[in-house]
Design a protein around this ligand. Structure first.
Ligand SMILES: [Fe+2]
Ligand SMILES: [Fe+2]
Length: 247
């Protein structure tokens, strides 16, 4: 039995739809490639090939049944997408729309008593269930990342640009521990320029004790306390290096 004109028109219309799906996924793959998301790009490219395969199944159905293929212009898909989530949401909405169209196509096949087309379209109906499930899972995972993961730069409107900027490593702000370590002088030993208040007090005490030892001398110069002088000199040097005295 020759395929009816109505069935031919409906199948031709859906061939265009499957090619439009392939075109959309290919545009998405191109965008993900430029956004440095090769995993997304690879998966989307495979989807594009699958959609082309779907179009060719209907193409073969038409020609095998003696119908005429009339290819239609394919609308240009978007070139950019706001974010991976927005991209996948669009893919899901598209698959849901395709499912509705296949149901309509199946209704036409039933009305036209096109049994062969009905049998073939049952495969398409099952395929749509699988495709909606797969894309829906990806959307769910991306939504989960958005809620529980760290804020993603790819959620901005200029997604690819944001990705490029994120690759230019920005200096990481120091942690609390690092700030504390920097605040502590690397060398707090004798002679450090980073003397704490306690250090200064101790050195001043040493200076005073040394001076007391020196002035307590009762006798010739030869009997001046060498230890006392050493303490005084070292204390003076320390106070100068610590910024307390300038000489
Ligand atoms: Fe498809
Ligand atoms: Fe699909």
């Amino acid at each position: 039995m020759p395929i009816s004109e109505a069935m031919q028109a409906a199948l031709n219309q859906h061939i265009e739809q499957e090619f439009a799906s392939a075109y959309l996924y290919l545009a998405m793959a191109a965008h993900c490639t430029s956004a440095n998301l090769p995993g997304f790009a690879h998966w989307l490219r495979l989807q594009s090939l699958e959609e082309t395969g779907h179009a060719l199944r209907l193409f073969d159905l038409l020609t095998d049944r003696g119908g005429q293929v009339r290819l239609q212009p394919i609308p240009a898909p978007p070139a950019t997408f706001a974010s991976p989530l927005a991209l996948m949401q669009q893919a899901l909405a598209h698959e849901q729309q395709v499912s509705r169209l296949i149901h309509d196509l199946y209704a036409v096949a039933a009305q036209e008593k096109a049994d062969t087309s009905e049998t073939e379209l049952q495969w398409f109906l099952a395929e749509q269930v699988e495709e909606e499930k797969t894309v829906g899972e990806i959307v769910g995972q991306l939504e989960l990342v958005g809620r529980k993961g760290r804020r993603c730069s790819c959620s901005t409107a200029s997604w690819p640009n944001a990705r490029r900027k994120s690759r230019q490593r920005q200096p990481r702000p120091p942690t609390e521990t690092e700030r504390a370590l920097v605040a502590v002088p690397a060398n707090r030993g004798w002679g450090s320029a980073g003397m704490t208040q306690t250090d200064k007090v101790l050195v001043v005490i040493a200076l005073v004790l040394g001076l007391l030892d020196v002035v307590n001398v009762r006798g010739p110069v030869s009997k001046i306390s060498v230890a006392g002088l050493a303490i005084v000199l070292l204390a003076l040097v320390e106070l100068r290096r610590g910024g307390v005295l300038a000489f």
